[in-house]
Design a protein around this ligand. Structure first.
Ligand SMILES: Nc1ncnc2c1ncn2[C@@H]1O[C@H](COP(=O)(O)OP(=O)(O)O)[C@@H](O)[C@H]1O
Ligand SMILES: [Mg+2]
Length: 246
């Protein structure tokens, strides 16, 4: 790891502007955020406030119009494609909002995707795959296909895939949006354990204030900026008055 002691991801005065039909869309307007090691950040905000854009920037899937995005101390915009894809694979796990499972691959193969490129042996891949599917309660579906699963089960496969590697930074876009309360809490507890037991960092987008309260810090985005920030319940805060609560 070449990062600074503190920040695994650092966004500095980031602007993202998309060309629109009549006028430009400002997805992010001067966003600055440091994600520390072992920190669980939850992000709320209305639709269109820039949440997914922020995750995509950290993941190196998009580039800022201005400002900088560093992961492990490396400026994502200055890396060549190979170096960026290595960071994406080794250091970052991304649970996409719409899962991004490959329909022709069995569940186990989908989960194993991030493990394939790193020369890990077949038996070890199978063991880790089974392990993470067990964690999300889907070990018995390892040889099934995504289209045999419900939306909630697909979401849990996407989560399992993100848990399969030892990535220090997990990005998750509404990862519990399709899960019932009990399953959602199980997943959030798995995330908390990763933060507390393994000092991993998590940035999790959610519409559910109870899910947001699992974070160490809850950030509220509005119009591409941080509108509010409060401590989560694991920092002892009363989260009932957080914007979006209720
Ligand atoms: N590829 C794109 N092209 C044009 N506009 C985009 C694109 N991606 C996002 N936007 C716009 O940027 C704003 C922020 O989008 P997004 O980050 O997806 O918000 P959120 O995830 O909070 O709903 C929205 O107005 C959205 O329409
Ligand atoms: Mg979004």
């Amino acid at each position: 790891m070449t990062g600074t002691a503190e920040g695994i991801a650092e966004l500095r005065d980031v602007h993202v502007t998309y060309p629109g039909r009549s006028e430009q869309v400002h997805a992010l307007r001067g966003l600055s955020l440091t994600v520390r090691r072992g920190e669980f950040i939850t992000v709320m905000g209305p639709s269109g406030s820039g949440k997914t854009t922020m995750l995509n920037l950290i993941a190196g899937l998009e580039r800022p119009t201005s400002g900088s995005v560093c992961v492990n101390g490396q400026n994502m915009a200055k890396l060549n494609d190979t170096a960026a894809s290595v960071i994406r694979r080794r250091d970052i796990s991304y649970v996409f909002q719409f899962f991004n499972l490959l329909p022709r691959l069995p569940v186990g193969e989908n989960v194993a995707i991030p493990l394939r490129a790193d020369g890990i042996g077949v038996a070890e891949i199978r063991r880790r795959t089974r392990d993470v599917l067990e964690k999300v309660g889907l070990a018995d579906r390892i040889d099934g296909f995504p289209d045999e699963l419900s939306g909630g089960e697909r979401q849990r496969v996407a989560i399992a895939r993100a848990l399969a590697t030892n990535a220090g930074l997990i990005l998750a876009d509404e990862p519990t949006g399709n899960l019932d309360t009990r399953r959602g809490e199980e997943i959030l507890n798995i995330f908390r354990d990763l933060v507390e037991g393994e000092s991993r960092s998590i940035v999790l987008v959610t519409h559910d204030h109870r899910a947001a309260a699992y974070g160490d810090r809850m950030i509220s985005l509005r119009d591409g900026q941080i509108a509010d920030e409060v401590a989560g319940k694991h920092r002892g805060a009363d989260v009932s008055d957080f914007p979006g609560a209720g």
